[in-house]
Design a protein. Structure first.
Length: 369
């Protein structure tokens, strides 16, 4: 394969650098054993960028992000920067890079590995074999709508304003991402809205219905968001691909994530629109945060970040077989009884971040033959 696959590494804050080091090991293994090379540039984002440059998203980082095939990020944020003004906090760097790259589609898989099924707070029969993909619209909705802000009224009281707004084009493009995914999965899309109360989501539902005819092999259903929250806990395996607004997706994806038992296991992808050549801007990151309380201790779980890299292989580089191999390696390591602190169970072997990375490499060697 050509050797000019370009990746931007943004380790970020807290445990970010530690877990990203283990991804480097996987990439080095691919170079040595699969003859697949990546040109890697490392940049700054979040608190690390603030400390070095005064900005959570330096211009140089953004320029690099626009020039590469994919961006892989660790995590941002921590108590060190919490006293900064809202617009200067580390998380604004993440929001900024999403916005500047036009990353409108957030893909959050919620997959339960058999070896971790007991870690879920739900009964085993409800979650064993669970495989949901939540597709969240990422650049519109109430998080970005105008007008917004806090104003003082003539009587001295204050009023907060946020605006839920979508265009039909924004709804259609996220809908098509969901339908495309469903064609490669279980053939079902459930669109989540609040069309009994919010006119914006009445239109959302109408647009989803309007594009359904282009996907005759996909079944479309609709569900109100409050019912969806209940159904995720009552019978999660009824869902295949779930598509919804920015705020609803933010909430439901965390709910779905905890069905699996640990945020430390879950990857995510944020994708932009395809250009004429089919290339999409893309950012891959673990769902978990920067966990500053354990940073530097060598006990963080690197699997979510490694699995985020496997998503990059699948969606940015069309390397599905390699992605499958990495995911199988993770599954086998867990089945073998190794656990980091966040997923530790009685009778299992607690290992460090580095040891978990070593185990993944050893398993990849076995799978590669």
């Amino acid at each position: 394969m050509p050797a000019n696959k370009k990746l931007l590494f943004l380790p970020g804050d807290g445990i970010g650098p530690e877990v990203m080091t283990q991804v480097r090991r996987v990439i080095d293994w691919m170079d040595a054993k699969r003859q697949v090379s990546f040109d890697i540039t490392e940049g700054l984002i979040g608190g690390a960028a603030i400390d070095a440059t005064g900005a959570s998203l330096p211009d140089e980082t953004l320029e690099y992000a626009k020039s590469v095939d994919a961006v892989l990020m660790g995590a941002v944020g921590g108590p060190k920067w919490e006293s900064l003004p809202f617009e200067q906090q580390p998380e604004r760097g993440l929001l900024g890079i999403r916005k500047e790259l036009g990353l409108f589609a957030n893909l959050r898989p919620a997959i339960v590995f058999d070896a971790l099924a007991d870690a879920s707070s739900l009964k085993l029969d409800l979650v064993k074999g669970l495989d949901i993909m939540i597709v969240r619209e990422l650049t519109g909705g109430i998080y970005f709508g105008e007008p917004r802000g806090i104003e003082e009224l003539p009587d001295g009281t204050r009023r907060g304003v946020n605006t839920l707004t979508y265009t039909s084009g924004e709804v259609e493009r996220i809908g098509r991402v969901a339908f495309d995914l469903a064609q490669k999965r279980g053939g079902k899309v459930c669109s989540i809205d609040k069309a009994n109360v919010l006119e914006t989501t009445v239109m959302w539902r109408e647009v989803m219905e309007s594009i359904k005819g282009d996907y005759p092999d996909v079944e479309l259903s609709h569900m109100y968001v409050d019912n969806a929250a209940m159904q995720l806990v009552r019978n999660p395996k009824q869902f295949d691909v779930v598509v919804t607004t920015n705020m609803f997706g933010d909430i439901l994806s965390d709910c779905a994530a905890m069905l699996t038992g640990s945020l430390g296991m879950l990857p995510s992808a944020s994708l932009g629109e395809a250009d004429a050549s089919g290339r999409r801007a893309a950012l891959y990151e673990p769902v978990h945060g920067s966990a500053p309380d354990i940073a530097g201790e060598g006990i963080a779980n690197p699997l979510a970040t490694i699995l985020s890299f496997s998503m990059a292989l699948r969606y940015s580089f069309d390397m599905g077989d390699d992605a499958d191999m990495i995911e199988k390696a993770a599954e086998n390591v867990l089945a073998g009884g190794l656990r980091t602190a966040d997923i530790m169970e009685d009778g299992k072997a607690r290992v460090s971040t580095e040891t978990m990375g070593e185990a993944i490499i050893a398993e990849l060697d076995k799978l590669a033959g």
